[in-house]
Design a protein around this ligand. Sequence first.
Ligand code: COA
Length: 192
Amino acid sequence: MSASSGPTPAAEIRQRASELHAHAEPVERGEAPLLAERAVVFDAPEIHRLIQYWFETTGDVLPRTEGEIYETIRDFIVVRSPNGKTLLAAGALHVEWRDLAEIKSLVVDPGSQGKGLGRIVVEACLVDAVELQLKTVFALTTTPAFFERLGFRISGVSAFPRKVWNECFKCPKYDACDEIAVTIDLRDRLSR
Ligand SMILES: CC(C)(COP(=O)(O)OP(=O)(O)OC[C@H]1O[C@@H](n2cnc3c(N)ncnc32)[C@H](O)[C@@H]1OP(=O)(O)O)[C@@H](O)C(=O)NCCC(=O)NCCS
């Protein structure tokens, strides 16, 4: 902990987070490359806004309260605009068990779709998963084709009984679930 006086400016925190966890993936925008970074608490309201937008417009993501986002803020990866003022994309890697994690709440700003931001977030989540020595990552999605482009395969939700028992039973979509399970095996990327 630093003994310096006053709160650390957000930009400084972001810079530090970026240095700690920069999965540099340049995206052609004619300026600085966009980076995946760990979310900081100041990102939570914008993450919530994007999740709420997609929940209300297409229903492609499940709603999350702002409180839930703060509680799981360490799970989140974000991509910000080059000036750092706008959140362009977010997604979370949530550990479910010793060998399993889920990508949740993956959202891209509607004006920034199709520019590789979803890929940047998912790939950063997979880097995280490998660092954590996780063997398998899955997602429940209405857009399996996007995940297939990134190396995931379509699976069945019954392959993840813990998920079903822990969360699906509480989900408003439980009786009419339109989500498809996709999974990626990371064993060949693990060091042990
Ligand atoms: C789905 C979503 C995350 C994709 O993010 P994105 O930034 O638009 O996608 P990317 O530009 O990174 O695309 C990566 C690849 O997937 C493909 N792709 C993207 N969206 C796709 C879709 N809906 N269907 C099929 N392929 C798709 C792209 O063509 C690209 O393929 P390429 O590698 O051959 O060029 C984003 O559109 C989004 O936020 N959608 C609304 C919320 C949602 O559906 N979230 C996912 C819930 S799990």
